[in-house]
Design a protein around this ligand. Structure first.
Ligand code: ZN
Length: 394
């Protein structure tokens, strides 16, 4: 879900105070537990639970010493993401906190850090587990984790005297946008920095910051990912989306706080705070690198299409054409067909698969219940498997 964004803009001139990671992890977990508690009803758009979450976030910003406010808006009725929902026109709000810059030359430029705080509510549209409609979907990783990391970044940077500032609405003045969406499942220190190709300076910058941080950092890709940073990329701003990758609980009612890696959230927050600091104080401009917008899919707007249940490797397929998968969902058509972690999908039915967009397209062109042949490369061997596609969501 990308409908409700909260933003804190950071501009800095003195080094952020360093806190112990353990204290940071405890605070992050407390935030996740509040936001992903059943009482917040899954933070569905328009719900009382989402309103309570918003109030909590504003309060947390204020307690950190930042100037925080709500920005009310109604979800546009023609937004592509709401065509199949009844969310168009629903009133909701962003939470915006500002850390003003001090440099006369640079305070007109902004570093934006964002994380959406809404989730699926009680399931239904967008959920991967249609049988669970009515059950609270807590979204601990998606995206209480990013929200908690955002609050930790704010706590680390609040009280500083930054060079660059923040103006949330003035897109022209945005220097870079850092998005944290699903950062709660750090495994084997593997952190994805999607959008690293959107500024020439990003790869080296991320590399140098990672020398002390020591993530298994996968920095790659353009800015067209399915989250809040894409609109900033469309406005030709460098963007980064930090992400600890997909997992079986994604968009399911099992995405609960008990499965959050709290130390991982704190580590990501520390890394993003350091990056925000560096960006807000480096002297020169960033060199924006554009990329073509992915083609609208043939079935766009006509629904989700059929369900396969693969977990794609979001870092890509290692330069070869196809979609590499890191696993399959339990009980899914993919599992029943025999697909496994490490497989490279190269065709679904008659359609060649070179990337994730092809795959979305192929699944949208099929109906639940269709039988399709899936061609995969497993090691050197090519294998053909037969899957009976399922239903994606109710
Ligand atoms: Zn999300």
């Amino acid at each position: 879900m990308i409908t409700t964004v909260l933003l804190v803009t950071a501009a800095l001139a003195a080094r952020a105070p360093q806190d112990t990671l353990d204290a940071s992890a405890r605070r992050a977990l407390a935030d996740v537990r509040f936001l992903a508690d059943d009482r917040q009803e899954g933070r569905g758009v328009g719900s009382d639970g989402l309103a309570r979450a918003g109030a909590y976030i504003r309060e947390a910003f204020a307690r950190a010493g930042l100037d925080a406010s709500f920005q009310d808006f109604a979800i546009p009725t023609d937004a592509p993401a709401v065509l199949h929902t009844k969310l168009g026109g629903t009133a909701t709000r962003n939470v915006v906190a500002i850390l003003p810059g001090t440099s006369p030359a640079l305070r007109g430029q902004v570093v934006v850090i964002g994380a959406h705080y809404d989730h699926l509510g009680r399931g239904g549209f967008g959920a991967m587990d249609p049988d669970s409609t009515g059950r609270v979907h807590n979204g601990a990783d998606d995206n209480a984790s990013g929200t908690a990391a955002l609050l930790e970044v704010a706590r680390r940077l609040a009280g500083q005297r930054p060079a660059r500032t923040i103006v949330f609405v003035a897109v022209d003045s945005i220097y870079a946008m850092l998005n944290m969406d699903m950062v709660g499942r750090l495994r084997s220190a593997r952190l994805l920095a999607l959008g690293a190709a959107t500024a020439k300076e990003f790869p080296a910058l991320l590399d140098s910051l990672n020398t002390p941080a020591r993530f298994d950092l996968r920095a790659s890709g353009d800015g067209w990912g399915p989250s809040d940073h894409a609109v900033f990329f469309a406005a030709r701003r460098p963007v980064l989306h930090f992400f600890t990758d997909l997992h079986e609980d994604y968009h399911r009612s099992t995405d609960d706080w008990q499965r959050i890696n709290q130390k991982g959230v704190a580590e990501v927050a520390r890394f993003v705070a350091d990056l925000a600091w560096t960006l807000a104080n480096r002297p020169g401009p960033l060199t924006f690198v554009d990329a073509p917008r992915p083609q609208a899919t043939a079935g766009g707007g006509s629904g989700y299409g059929a369900y396969l249940g693969t977990i794609p490797d979001m870092t890509g397929s290692g330069g070869v054409e196809g979609v590499r998968i890191t696993g399959v969902r339990a009980g899914s058509p993919a599992e029943q067909a025999g697909l496994a972690a490490g497989d490279l999908i190269t065709a679904i039915g008659v359609k060649a698969i070179t990337n994730l967009y092809d795959m979305t397209d192929a699944l949208r062109s099929h109906q639940p219940g269709d039988t399709v042949v899936i061609v995969v490369k497993r090691g050197a061997a090519e294998q053909r498997m037969t899957a009976v596609l399922g239903r994606r969501a109710s």
